[in-house]
Write a protein that binds this ligand. Structure first.
Ligand SMILES: *[C@@H]1O[C@H](CO)[C@@H](O)[C@H](O)[C@H]1NC(C)=O
Ligand SMILES: *[C@@H]1O[C@H](CO)[C@@H](O)[C@H](O)[C@H]1NC(C)=O
Ligand SMILES: *[C@@H]1O[C@H](CO)[C@@H](O)[C@H](O)[C@H]1NC(C)=O
Ligand SMILES: *[C@@H]1O[C@H](CO)[C@@H](O)[C@H](O)[C@H]1NC(C)=O
Length: 445
């Protein structure tokens, strides 16, 4: 079903582009779109739609992928009658954003007029054979090389005009999974996509960046909430705003079984202080497609604990923000050093609490005591700020109303960030200066 719709994307795109326009609307568009033109590269289906068709081809994968490809990557609705809630799987972020980019108001069919060129390559889906087919485990350095060859051999002037510095794509995973040295022996985990010089010039939107990011920039993990109208967004935010919060803090997650670690400390403290702390057991991935399990408790808690897991960032951070549950971080790399385009790095004190994990695990600091000591008025102000930030981390549904489209969501902010970054990279034209993420944030806004 999803594959069918995706295979018709070129037709949808043509329909969008042939809508006749008056000279006046064309000139308004030229003004609004100045510096914002995006060209979507047309790629052979082996780089996108065919990858979706093999979503069930990997028996070693913990969980099948196919059911979540519905609705252009939003996943199936949670219930037949639900309008805004879906069983969204972050692994399908690539088709989800592809569908959204087809609605970008400033698309151009001419790559030479574009400020940025989007490659609708489903990079993480194309990595699955290297991760889940044993005969290919040792070949993971080859991930994405066919894309590189395609760009060099097919209309090569499009890529070479700016050496790829104006190209971007989405990678639905943490950068760590794609950063293996190409000559690693033995091969451990992941592919070498981000470690190969062939791809250094691209801009890659990933769910989590490395501590010293190079070509990637982190964008929010998708949640299950994808409203299509402003009324539905406002209704949800109003509910979160007036929700009675009887619990001081919530931890929704798994782990923390053995050894001295932050999850273990949280678990111990929570079990000890059931009057102040609630736990939602998400072991074995039971929560990942079932937002009801954690959204209700998040609406009833003032603070949501966001400790690192296998990797530093968590989807739960964004679920909590939507629920108006103030995030508590234990590492700077869990969010502050990641999501500068979506959650302003210099405002964390206004909407979150930071407690270094060492203080909790080894220093005897009690999280409940730190949080209970924050004056109620400050808690209210922080929660209001969290809810102001919420629309910017949500992924609205494709085909949303004009009212909702007038508010920047996670994709809009990511596109703004990409365009800023590319503008800096290709300036002065012809001799792009390579930059890292750290020195570009001053351009935000
Ligand atoms: C949802 O609707 C479909 C078809 O209309 C039906 O087969 C299915 O049983 C419904 N599911 C629920 C949970 O009501
Ligand atoms: C992969 O390489 C390792 C050595 O680095 C070797 O032991 C293993 O058998 C190889 N696996 C396959 C499937 O070729
Ligand atoms: C990356 O850009 C530099 C110029 O900044 C260029 O010399 C180099 O060939 C490019 N690499 C690739 C793989 O396109
Ligand atoms: C549990 O509570 C008791 C008494 O309130 C306290 O002495 C103990 O240190 C607490 N343990 C943890 C892990 O918080």
């Amino acid at each position: 079903m999803a594959a069918w719709v995706l295979s018709h994307i070129p037709i949808l795109l043509c329909l969008i582009l042939i809508i006749p326009q008056s000279e006046e609307t064309r000139s308004i568009r030229r003004t609004e779109c100045h510096g914002r033109w995006i060209h979507i590269r047309s790629l052979p289906p082996r780089f996108n739609t065919e990858l979706l068709e093999s979503c069930n081809a990997f028996p070693l994968m913990d969980e099948p992928l196919c059911p979540y490809a519905a609705n252009h990557g939003l996943g199936p609705r949670t219930h037949n009658r639900s309008r805004s809630w879906y069983r969204t799987d972050p692994r399908l972020l690539e088709p989800l954003i592809h569908r959204r980019l087809l609605e970008h108001p400033c698309l151009t069919p001419d790559p030479l007029l574009a400020d940025a060129i989007y490659l609708p390559y489903y990079a993480s889906l194309d990595a699955l054979p290297f991760l889940y087919s044993p005969p290919l485990f040792n070949s993971s350095a080859l991930h994405a090389l066919p894309l590189h060859h395609h760009l060099l051999s097919n209309q090569p002037h499009v890529y070479s005009r700016r050496h790829g510095h104006d190209h971007f794509l989405v990678l639905a995973g943490p950068a760590w999974d794609f950063s293996q040295a190409p000559d690693a022996d033995p091969v451990l985990w992941g592919t070498s996509f981000l470690s190969r010089s062939e791809f250094f010039n691209l801009t890659v939107l990933a769910l989590e960046s490395r501590p010293s990011p190079w070509q990637e920039h982190a964008i929010p993990h998708p949640t299950s909430f994808h409203p299509a109208t402003l009324a539905r967004l406002d209704a949800w935010l109003a509910r979160a705003r007036r929700s009675r919060r009887n619990t001081l803090m919530l931890f929704a997650g798994g782990g923390g079984g053995g050894g001295a670690n932050i999850r273990g400390s949280i678990r111990a403290e929570c079990e000890n202080r059931t009057d102040l702390c609630q736990m939602v057991d998400c072991s074995d991935g039971v929560c990942s497609h079932d937002p009801i399990r954690f959204m209700r408790p998040m609406l009833r808690s003032s603070f949501c604990l966001q400790p690192p897991g296998d990797t530093p960032t968590r989807r739960s951070t964004f679920d909590g923000i939507l629920a108006g549950c103030i995030p508590v971080f234990f590492e700077e790399i869990s969010a502050r050093k990641q999501y500068g385009w979506h959650l302003p790095e210099d405002q964390y004190e206004d909407f979150s609490v930071y407690i270094p994990k060492e203080d909790v695990v080894f220093g005897g600091v009690r999280i409940t005591e730190v949080l209970a000591a924050i004056p109620e008025a400050d808690v209210r102000t922080m929660r209001e700020r969290v809810l102001e930030l919420a629309p910017g981390v949500m992924y609205r549904r494709h085909g949303s109303s004009a009212g909702l489209r007038s508010i920047k969501d996670a994709v809009d902010l990511a596109i703004d960030g990409v365009l800023r970054r590319i503008r800096r990279k290709v300036r002065p034209l012809g001799s792009p200066e390579l930059i890292t993420v750290d020195d570009e944030e001053d351009a935000a806004g």
